[in-house]
Design a protein around this ligand. Structure first.
Ligand SMILES: CC(C)(COP(=O)(O)OP(=O)(O)OC[C@H]1O[C@@H](n2cnc3c(N)ncnc32)[C@H](O)[C@@H]1OP(=O)(O)O)[C@@H](O)C(=O)NCCC(=O)NCCS
Length: 151
């Protein structure tokens, strides 16, 4: 059974590191805004082991035409979405994101947006997120699209 639970930023590192920061030092797993009061992190647990994570930060992308009229405190950004390689493709990412959407709706958040790795865009499209930018490069991480969903 998979359980989705709130976790601290540090608790996400055992998943962030092998999936998103492979071969890089643990300090690279820290994101700015990780410890803000408005930020929350979710972990997917199988028994006691954390196998999937995602982080949600109050943030607005001023360049996104789609959200220019929405107030900052109604916008959240997804970062650090990752599932351990051995556990991918089993519905865990979907479960984390659905759980987060429910929390965000309860908090009256109107929009969830993020920079999606090109390889992951099909996963997000299945969950009704839309690409709203040209492709762009994030140095050291790779090519991305901005994606959003109005909740
Ligand atoms: C992207 C990721 C978070 C998805 O999590 P997951 O648990 O593997 O995905 P799920 O099993 O919940 O997939 C849900 C659906 O999306 C599909 N899907 C998942 N990853 C996909 C991918 N990379 N490309 C195409 N489809 C994908 C699944 O087939 C599934 O389809 P279905 O509902 O029709 O069966 C995970 O694969 C991962 O950590 N990848 C590496 C890191 C990464 O790219 N993170 C995203 C950074 S923006």
């Amino acid at each position: 059974m998979i359980e989705i639970l709130p976790v601290t930023a540090r608790e996400t590192f055992p998943v962030r590191q092998p999936v998103l920061r492979k071969g890089r030092p643990i300090e690279d797993c820290h994101f700015s805004g990780d410890d803000l009061g408005t930020t929350f992190h979710l972990g997917a647990f199988e028994k006691d082991k954390i196998i999937g994570v995602a982080t949600f930060l109050m943030n607005k992308d001023v360049h996104l035409e789609d959200i220019k009229d929405i107030k900052l405190h109604h916008c959240y950004q997804l970062r650090g979405m990752a599932v351990l390689e051995v556990a991918q493709g089993k519905g865990i990412g979907k479960k984390i994101l659905k759980h987060a959407e429910q929390i965000l709706k309860e908090r009256h958040i109107e929009v969830l947006w993020f920079n999606a790795r090109v390889n992951a865009t099909a996963f997000y499209e299945k969950m009704n997120y839309q690409i709203v930018s040209e492709i762009f490069d994030i140095p050291g991480v790779g090519e991305h699209y901005k994606m959003i969903k109005k909740l």
